[in-house]
Ligand binder design. Structure first.
Ligand code: UD1
Length: 421
């Protein structure tokens, strides 16, 4: 196993490019299974979750080819097995996204039920109820979701809670249903919009993406499409926080600034000077210590839960006290105990963390617990005195492409080492 070793204390200075968005590429890859022809997806990030998704689709019979530029061709014509087994689902909950496309296009699916995970119980009841509303027969047998339908039928679906992958799953399923579907209280995340754009490029008829109401007019069949995935707003935000926490100057390029309004606003509150261009964001702390900022996570366009751990890390060394309120996942403070090992002053009460800024952190061995938490830990390591060793970096590799190279490019003293454990 690998670990990341960071020697803290360097003010980051430089430019870093942003990869394609993990949370957009996963649904887009599986959406290609809805077509009758090959699709070509570019700006694909080199991530463990992408490899897992490709393995999943390959086991089902799709042919996949990747070129040197991480452009992926998916040919769904050989599909013959409609199962997502536990050994893959347990490493990547987003595997649930195959459910909608498989039932809609191939009439059946068996998907292992994702269990609990580090950041909470994360049920999939809304995915299942949505599919049932579209006329699928759904049951849970021996830990597997089994779903089938001859042809799905358009329906009105109102989600009780805003769910990103739930919206994506039902939107994908509805593309091939007979008649029109309306999804209310739909997720408005940019990744949902990117998926809708790709589906429309394949011949789907979806309108309203980016609002809370989606209208999907079912079509009989879909063709292949070429599509370039949008830039990753969470990776973008993470490198901006890296600049802020180290009092440095970081420019992120090949990104889409409009997806980061709430993050940019919060970074300005910390005292960062931020300039925004068409596809770049420039953050400069001018050597100043950041000020604390309160955060409350919410569905888009609110502050992303996937940026919460990074801002918790930022607040540990900020001037003042911050209140962090997590409203999306009940157990998403796993990084707090690890940050405390570096000397952070944080008290957690229910879904709130009170972070009193300290003047310095001190390096220690710490453990990554989930994907975004581990990004928060790496950020803390950048400012901690001495050496911080972040173990279990496989969590980071699920969602950050060559993080040590990109941070290294900004001047961080960081390297991948083999885990001592
Ligand atoms: C997606 C993102 C993840 C992000 C999260 C919230 C992907 C691959 N992952 O996860 O990075 O942190 O959105 O922005 O895009 N819920 C239910 N029943 C359901 C589904 C969800 O109760 O059937 C609840 C969840 O427990 C949670 C809330 O709804 O409290 C939002 O979760 P959801 O948006 O579904 O998260 P994911 O789609 O799994």
């Amino acid at each position: 196993m690998a670990a990341i070793e960071i020697t803290g204390g360097v003010q980051l200075d430089g430019e870093v490019w942003i990869s394609g968005a993990k949370n957009a590429v996963l649904p887009i890859l599986v959406a290609s299974l809805l077509g009758d022809e090959p699709s070509f997806i570019s700006n694909v990030p080199h991530l463990q979750d992408v490899t897992t998704t490709m393995e999943l689709m390959g086991r089902m019979g799709a042919s996949l080819a990747v070129d040197d530029h991480m452009r992926i061709e998916i040919d769904p014509r050989g599909m013959h097995q409609f199962e997502a087994p536990y050994d893959l689902v347990k490493t990547m909950r987003a595997s649930i996204l195959v459910l909608g496309p498989l039932v809609a296009r191939y009439g059946r699916a068996v998907v292992s039920l994702p269990g609990g995970c580090a950041i909470g119980s994360r049920p999939v009841d809304l995915h299942l109820r949505g599919l049932q509303a579209l006329g699928a027969e759904v049951s849970v047998v021996n830990g597997n979701i089994e779903a089938s339908a001859k042809r799905l039928k358009g329906a009105n679906i109102i989600f009780d809670t805003v769910t990103v992958t739930g919206t994506e799953n039902i939107m994908m399923a509805a593309t091939l249903a007979e008649g029109t579907s309306v999804i209310e209280n739909a997720a408005q995340e940019p990744e949902v919009v990117d998926l809708a754009n790709f589906l429309n490029a394949m011949g789907a008829k979806i309108s309203g993406a980016g609002t809370n109401t989606l209208v999907i007019e079912g079509v009989k069949s879909m063709h292949g499409a070429e599509y370039s995935v949008l830039p990753d707003r969470i990776e973008t935000g993470t490198y901006l926080v890296a600049g802020a926490i180290t009092r440095g100057h970081v420019r992120v390029t090949r990104t889409r600034p409009r997806d980061l309004d709430s993050v940019i606003e919060k970074l300005r509150e910390t005292g960062a000077e931020i300039e925004v261009g068409d596809d770049w964001i420039d953050l400069n702390m001018h050597g100043r210590r950041p000020k604390s900022v309160d955060i409350t996570t919410a569905p888009y366009p609110g502050f992303a839960t996937d940026m919460q751990a990074q801002f918790t890390a930022l607040n540990t060394i900020a001037e003042g006290t911050a209140i962090i309120t997590e409203t999306i996942f009940e157990n998403r403070f796993m990084h707090v105990q690890e940050l405390q090992r570096l000397g952070a002053n944080i008290t957690v009460k229910g879904n709130t963390a009170i972070v009193k800024g300290v003047s310095e952190l001190n390096g220690a061995p710490i453990m990554a617990t989930d994907l975004r938490a581990s990004a928060g830990l790496v950020l803390a390591g950048l400012v901690a005195n001495g050496t911080t060793l972040v173990d279990r970096v496989y969590h980071i590799d699920r969602g950050y492409e060559i993080i040590e190279e990109k941070l290294g490019q900004l001047g961080a003293r960081i390297r991948r080492v083999s885990s001592p454990n």
